[in-house]
Design a protein around this ligand. Structure first.
Ligand code: XIL
Length: 356
């Protein structure tokens, strides 16, 4: 009888361990095959609703960037009226599942709330406001946020001049210095990024970003990272992307591909500015997109020295909730999973590119 019991117990244990191996194999996500951090943008609904999207986030990625929840308009409802609840939810999720949490973003013209721009300011009051905001925010999350986009989109398109934002108009370029210094005071360990779009394709913009970084460094400003959003397009040549990645790497800073997605159609960078060139998605397009994802991951790993690889973050992982169609007003298929939450060739290509 005892023997029989032992056989039963052993068979059960063997069965359970095989099953576990099986399921952990199935759960091997991007994060498990890559040597770098692989992140995704997430929104509040995705992290609070227990469904397929949430499991994908948990299984595939080891870094998360809240898509909108950490922007100034989400966090500050009025002067001194902080709303931390959603950020706290993101922190709890990141802790629970052991994800790196990336803060996006402190100072950004499009993230600035209307009530603030409508108020009367002079340079002193605005500078004090900004410093207090950054001190309060960054120190509150210093144990949980690994790095921040301190300034987002500071350079104009094509011309490479400083963007004339609400912040720039009153404070000049020093708003950038002040923002980085305040963030560094609040959390000396945080990696502090200057982040922008089109710098993988627009060499004038990349050069202007590098000039700015050099000016910041010469003034002793604690900038430690450069972010390439990499909202890119199928027809942007790999050679151009490689060239700009090289320029980014040569700064010696941490390099983050911070918001990767790859579209087929076009837009003019403005809300509603989409141009529908491809109305339907074909098998061939899917394959080509897989190739492009592979190439981007591969180029990043080849060109950026290992100790500067902050990681690759995709701006949403599925075509159902990607920001592209809603924002630009066009159909497109920019991400790794399709609308039905199935892996696309983009997924396998990306995975290939992340592997050694
Ligand atoms: C986008 C979000 O994805 C959208 O949900 C929102 O409506 C607009 O902003 N560059 C950035 C991101 O730095 O914050 C933007 O995110 C996409 C472009």
């Amino acid at each position: 009888m005892k023997k029989l019991l032992a056989v039963v117990v052993i068979s059960f244990l063997l069965f359970a361990s095989c099953n576990q191996n099986q399921s952990s194999k199935e759960n091997t996500g991007l994060k498990d095959i890559a040597d770098i951090y692989v992140g995704t943008a997430v929104n509040y609904r995705q992290v609070t609703t227990r469904d397929t999207m949430r499991s994908i986030i948990v299984n595939e990625f080891n870094s998360i960037t809240p898509e909108n929840e950490m922007k100034m308009y989400s966090v500050l409802a009025g002067p001194g009226e902080y709303r931390w609840a959603r950020v706290d939810t993101m922190v709890a999720f990141a802790r629970k599942y052991d994800k790196r949490l990336f803060g996006h973003c402190l100072i950004w013209h499009s993230g600035t709330p209307g009530w603030l721009t409508e108020m009367e300011h002079d340079s002193t009051s605005l500078s004090n406001f900004m410093k207090e905001y950054i001190h309060t925010y960054v120190s509150r999350y210093k144990d949980d946020v690994d790095g921040w986009d301190v300034v987002n989109e500071a350079i104009t398109d094509s011309a490479g001049t400083m963007r004339k934002t609400f912040w720039y108009n009153l404070l000049g370029e020093s708003y950038i210095d002040q923002a980085f210094r305040a963030a560094h005071e609040a959390d000396p360990d945080a990696v502090l990024f200057i982040n922008d779009y089109n710098n993988e394709r627009d060499t004038v913009k990349m050069n202007a970003t590098i000039d700015l970084i050099n000016r910041l460094k010469s003034r002793g400003v604690p900038v430690s990272g450069i972010g390439l959003q990499m909202h890119t397009r199928m027809d942007i040549p790999d050679e151009i992307i490689a060239l700009n990645l090289k320029k980014a790497a040569e700064t010696g800073l941490q390099v983050h591909l911070s918001e990767v997605d790859i579209i087929f159609n076009r837009h003019n960078d403005q809300q509603g500015g989409g141009e529908q060139i491809y109305p339907e998605l074909t098998k061939k397009m899917l394959q080509q997109q897989g190739e492009k994802y592979r190439k981007i991951a591969e180029m990043y790993r080849e060109i950026v020295p290992e100790n500067q690889q902050y990681g690759i973050t995709v701006w949403g992982f599925n075509d159902r909730t990607s920001w592209i169609p809603g924002f630009f007003g066009m159909k497109d298929w920019p991400t790794l999973y399709n609308e039905k939450l199935q892996r696309k060739p983009a997924y396998s290509g990306f995975k290939e590119g992340l592997k050694d």
